[in-house]
Design a protein around this ligand. Sequence first.
Ligand code: HQG
Length: 180
Amino acid sequence: MTDQHKKLSKFLSLVLRHEPQAIGLTLDAQGWAEVDEFIAKAGAHGKLYSRTLIERIVRDNDKQRFKLSDDGLRIRANQGHSIDIDLALQPIEPPATLYHGTATRFAGSIRKTGLEKRSRQHVHLSLDRDTAVKVGSRHGTPLVLHVRAGAMHAQGIAFYRADNGVWLTDAVAPQFIDWP
Ligand code: HQG
């Protein structure tokens, strides 16, 4: 992927997750945009996409951040939104343990209140430790917390798996977190 493609991939992420209004785009309630409308409106803001380029971005994205509808006419981000949309994911049973990557400097606060979704729509959890290390490293010295997802689920707390494999839940109370 060229640098230019990376930039256009990041801009697509910005529009679909956080700021559709930046190019005058409206997403539907489940976060979908019309591909042709996105191309036209992004183009009017100096960002030049083609359908082929969008298909490539979707296919090659390292975290599979985007999804095209089956008919190829619409696109949405798989997760990570700050805007209020409903991904309409079905709750499913999680594995016994999931991992959350954070930074050591957040430890004191997380011990008090547990994991909160902050600016996003969910708390993001990973199936494997390595991914959690990477997620945590974005914020500073990584700290990997073990979340007792199975126990939470047994108490009726809902879990979802986004189309790119990221696990999502509303919040994780301190009693469900195991510290390293
Ligand atoms: C922390 C990336 C203090 C939380 C990744 C995290 C992921 C608290 C930060 C996705 C806290 C929020 C999401 C509390 C939570 N006190 N800090 N009580 N509760 N936090 O970026 O999980 O590249 O919104 O630990 O791969 O880091 O965007 O969430 O450190 O999948 O596709 O508050 O974003 O994917 O940070 O990352 P974020 P995240 P993309």
